[in-house]
Design a protein. Structure first.
Length: 327
């Protein structure tokens, strides 16, 4: 079958297949991978709240997070963990058979390809402009994409989660104040178990060690944008002055990234972990260190303050020590 004939059949199918009407269609490039806990928290909330909501995923960034899993495997795992939503979460089918009233996504990289789908369907379009995902301050290409998205006739709102992001849109004439919703921090899961949680373990009270942790994904050598190099330097100094100190690293880091020989068995590498790991982990942690820096990964690229990992740790009673170079 020729490619030309295949394209003809796809176009024909758009007219033959019945349209599935829905209030909200969410599009993403990674969901429902469990390592992106904030996506799980946000999208599952929409699925629970809106009975006609559906989530579609391309899985295009999956190789950067988990090289050994396919999107179908991730979808099967999600269906096992959240059977009530499994029939409303699927691989991205294009817009065949989909007719939403409102289209939503997060990150500017996703907004770039999702907006045309909303325009084609005549649907309203809303997106959350989280840090990361292609957002770069004082970058001409990024500014042009933002202006294109925010000037579309289908555009309804942009949700910003950082003061610097909101101010940047306003100061550069990209978005009007009435089109910007400011929801600080974003949506994140709470790993604490509420009233059922036992009393948190604390140094000098219920345990003899002072446990300092670093939690982040590695996007560049030595995780310098996340401040892993500064965490290791801090750990070495603290180890000399506080014999009770212990150090924990969660994420794709190992002893090969930086020399930690002098820390010996006082540093533990836990690897990348799924959400269910963190309840018990944060219960034992005294402090999380997040010395991340802006404009290191790429010019104009920055993290939220605090990072999502810090927000999750803080909700579990872990003291947060974080940098805030963008005020």
């Amino acid at each position: 079958m020729s490619k030309k004939f295949q394209r003809h059949l796809r176009k024909l199918a758009q007219f033959i297949l019945p349209k599935v009407e829905m209030d909200l269609a969410v599009f993403d490039d990674l969901f429902p991978h469990p390592l992106s806990a904030f996506r799980l928290a946000e999208y599952n909330a929409y699925l629970a709240r809106f009975s006609s909501c559906r989530v579609y995923s391309t899985g295009s960034t999956l190789p950067a997070i988990s090289k050994n899993q396919t999107l179908n495997e991730v979808l099967d795992e999600y269906a096992g963990n959240f059977p009530r939503f499994k029939d409303r979460v699927s691989a991205f089918p294009g817009f065949r058979g989909v007719k939403p009233k409102l289209v939503y996504c997060m990150f500017i990289n996703n907004a770039r390809w999702v907006l045309p789908l909303a325009e084609r369907a005549g649907a309203g379009f809303v997106f959350t402009l989280y840090p990361g995902g292609g957002l770069q301050l004082r970058n001409q290409e990024c500014d042009e994409i933002l202006k294109r998205v925010c000037s579309s006739k289908n555009f309804r709102k942009v949700i910003t989660t950082q003061k610097v992001t909101r101010d940047y849109l306003l100061q550069n004439g990209i978005g009007a104040a009435e089109d910007i919703e400011f929801i600080y921090g974003g949506a994140f899961p709470c790993h604490a178990n509420g009233n059922e949680q036992k009393e948190k373990q604390r140094f000098g009270k219920s345990k003899d060690t002072f446990d300092l942790c670093f939690v982040a994904h590695k996007y560049m050598p030595q995780g310098r944008d996340k401040g892993y190099d500064l965490f290791v330097a801090t750990a070495k100094k603290l180890a000399r002055s506080c014999p009770q100190s212990r150090f924990h690293v969660v994420g794709p880091f190992s002893k090969e990234d930086l020399d930690v020989a002098e820390l010996n068995d006082r540093i533990s590498f836990h690897g990348s972990q799924k959400p269910e790991f963190f309840g018990g982990f944060y219960d034992r942690m005294d402090m999380i260190l997040s010395p991340n820096g802006s404009f290191i990964l790429h010019p104009g690229a920055f993290d939220g303050f605090p990072t999502g990992c810090c927000i999750e740790a803080g909700m579990c009673g872990v003291a947060v020590m974080a940098t805030d170079d963008l005020n």
